[in-house]
Design a protein around this ligand. Structure first.
Ligand SMILES: NC(=O)c1ccc[n+]([C@@H]2O[C@H](COP(=O)([O-])OP(=O)(O)OC[C@H]3O[C@@H](n4cnc5c(N)ncnc54)[C@H](O)[C@@H]3O)[C@@H](O)[C@H]2O)c1
Length: 263
């Protein structure tokens, strides 16, 4: 006997799905049978990823959306519901990072992180609830970070935005639990995506070392001894988006190989 997650018939949206973790989440949800809308500000990347999923037999399509724009987020959700009739799973995931000493973080860098990482998630939650509340079901799985559980030096603005996502998760989960909607977030560890290339570039620019050596030092600190993969992250989201997780609400699931001894 085996236990498999089956999301056949479910409709999902993943933001920031044109690359990195978003693409990994979209692939895992599609593999479990869901129809997945891959949303990104970079439509070409989202289309490339959705084509990959379709060529592997999954159900997917691309949507252009800017998560910093409330009207764009509502239009994205309306488009998906118009096309597929409902929304079961919302995965706000798009994000960015400016790393380095706090003095090197400009007001613009700060605003950008808060707008994409936190306000973008807030808009996605509101737009999803427009449909999930009346249908009395839904799963919202946001992408926080282990830096949303433990404050990380040189990532002050990023940590602040991710602590915000954790708080948003916990507060909204309590508001909508009676509507049969579960709201959780994930805390990925370290995956070498475009965001990490940017972080390493910022750290090198701050004179803190050389990119590959810095990256190796971060990986060496992971108890499991390896970096995480987009699939590790996608599998965790698939679990939280399934009915196996129906009594898990308002939590952060760390996928970080045991790093930080997070409380
Ligand atoms: N990579 C890691 O180690 C790691 C660890 C913890 C958390 N995370 C989080 O995972 C999420 C995805 O990051 P990633 O590592 O895949 O980075 P990534 O840079 O590869 O992907 C980010 C995606 O978001 C999209 N995006 C950026 N701004 C957008 C906007 N305004 N509207 C819509 N889409 C937008 C980009 O086009 C890109 O496709 C982020 O929230 C990040 O903070 C990543």
């Amino acid at each position: 006997m085996s236990t498999e997650i089956d999301l056949t018939g479910k409709v999902a949206i993943v933001t920031g799905a044109g690359s990195g973790l978003g693409a990994g989440i979209a692939k895992c949800l599609a593999k479990a049978g869901a129809s997945v809308a891959l949303a990104d500000i970079n439509f070409d990347d989202a289309r490339k990823m959705s084509n990959e999923i379709v060529s592997e037999g999954g159900k997917a399509f691309a949507v252009e959306a800017d998560v910093t724009n409330e009207a764009s987020v509502f239009a994205m959700v309306d488009e998906v519901v118009k096309k597929l009739g409902k929304l079961d799973i919302m995965c706000p995931n798009a994000g960015t990072c400016k790393a380095g000493p706090i003095e090197s973080c400009s007001a613009e860098d700060w605003d950008n992180m808060l707008k994409i990482n936190l306000t973008g998630h807030f808009y996605c939650v509101k737009a999803a609830l427009k449909y999930m509340k009346p249908q009395k079901s839904g799963k919202i799985v946001m992408t926080a970070s282990q830096a949303g559980r433990v404050a990380v030096p040189l990532l002050a603005g990023y940590s602040a935005s991710k602590f915000g996502v954790t708080a948003l998760t916990k507060a909204v989960a309590q508001e909508v639990a009676k509507d049969n909607i579960q709201v959780n977030c994930i805390g990925p560890g370290i995956i070498r995506t475009k965001i990490w290339d940017k972080i390493l570039g910022d750290l090198v620019a701050a004179g803190l070392g050389e990119a590959d050596a810095l990256y190796k030092s971060f990986i060496d600190a992971i108890p499991s001894g390896r970096e995480q993969t987009p699939e590790d992250i996608g599998n965790a989201v698939t679990f939280l988006a399934s009915d196996m997780a129906s009594e898990i609400n308002g939590d952060i699931l760390l996928i970080n190989g045991g790093q930080f001894n997070c409380p």
